[in-house]
Design a protein. Sequence first.
Length: 540
Amino acid sequence: MTALLSIQNLTVALPSGGDRPYALADVDLDVRAGEILCVVGESGSGKSMTAGAVLGLLPDGVSATGGRILWDGEDLLAASPDRLRRLRGREVGMIFQEPMTALNPLRTIGDQIAEVFRAHTRLGRREIRLRTLALLDSVRIPDPTAALRAYPHELSGGQRQRAMIAMALALEPKLLIADEPTTALDVTTQAQILHLIHDLQRRKGTAVLFITHDFGVVAEIADRVAVMQQGRLVESGPAEAVLNDPGDTYTRALIAAVPPLQPVVRQRRGNAAAALTITGLSKTYGKRHWLKRHARVTHAVNNVSLVVPAGSTVGIVGESGSGKSTLARNVLGLLRPESGEMRVYGESVSLNHAADRRRHAARVQMVFQDPYGSLNPRHRVGDIVTQGPITHGVPRRQAWDKARELFELVGLGGDALDRYPHEFSGGQRQRVGLARALAMEPEILVADEPVSALDVSVQAQVLDLLARLQEQLNLSILFITHDLRVAAQVCDRIAVMKSGEIVEQGDSAQIFRAPAHPYTQALLAAVPGRLWTPQAGQQL
């Protein structure tokens, strides 16, 4: 079959002073009409750079220095800026990884989709509105008329991503480029988006270039797979062959790092003592006004009770909006619940006074989801890690000595204290985040999606590090995640949240092997590639 898009010997040079001279080196890649090609690899492998080169959207200072990108026989590297503008949207659609940053926060969803029609067609306002509504309906956004008038912040993450897909498909392009479109989504929303893309590909014959580091997604939708490492293509072939019988050592290592959707059988950690006890906790958002009989009140956390045994890991899973992060903010003392009680090692938590909050902050620390956004880029990491202890009265020299010990403990080395966040990789930045949390010598860690932004190999390293630190320091961990594969590997117990309530909780083995609640069953059924066992390397 003739390739719709043919990338031939593509080389893209990086500015001098980088870790390598080329972002892409002699890359050969074909995308055929009507197929889904998944491009996988770690951060920095060149996946997104390949997509950017196709659309003429390379970063400043980066340029193609060799090769060709043929689109229906036309070399896009020689195309004019006007030609590339006509190509984007009309012939090639793009779904970006983070819809909240890709969408304009000051314009409505309807206006942003309509702009595609205004830029590339001569349709009138009425026809554009009708087509925009039809698009929003086709991507299964509830109440398309309301979504038309909504701003990005008024939609959920899944709805924003659906709006991005609608925009990309507005002119029915021949090729759809999807750059990590489901990474930040929970499993049910992710499953819906993947089904939507797969369905569009089947119905309209659209070719899809799908960039991802999630092998579960690859197992779910790919026709062919291309594996990239350090700007080079190291392996490609039919999805079944690459997933079940990879030929390259790097591909085998990536697949081996994928956590299986099976709970790990481990000796029960922890003891009879409860590190954290939550009883009847409730938190609402919104206020009732005396003039409004039916003012909107959201029960973000509703009568939640939970126990984290000392030295154990308890996972909180559920969709976006289920109340996971609000519960975490209550545990950290960043929010005050309307009702309920929290105890840390049997001692009731009081947040009424500044001294109470400071003491609680020392006992419960946070590992954040985004290892870059949570670190101040203007400060050395040593200053970041020592800030908490110094604020709490630890002498500066003692705080820095402790920071050096912690950097050795998390595998960074004491010399790294003088570096800035941008000088570390994503996995290294998450190690910095761990060191910062441990600098306060906490009894409890709240880990909020700590590995969701990381590649599978780096993810495995961070999870292994977290497990070792837990054993060494007898940490108790409240682990929030939407990745059920990760939850199966690290959690002793699982609590499933839906609409602010815990609908099911129990030992991990019980939850994964015999879920009792229909919602838990639906979550497990929605995991991409759930029938593929990466360690066994075969399709069940």
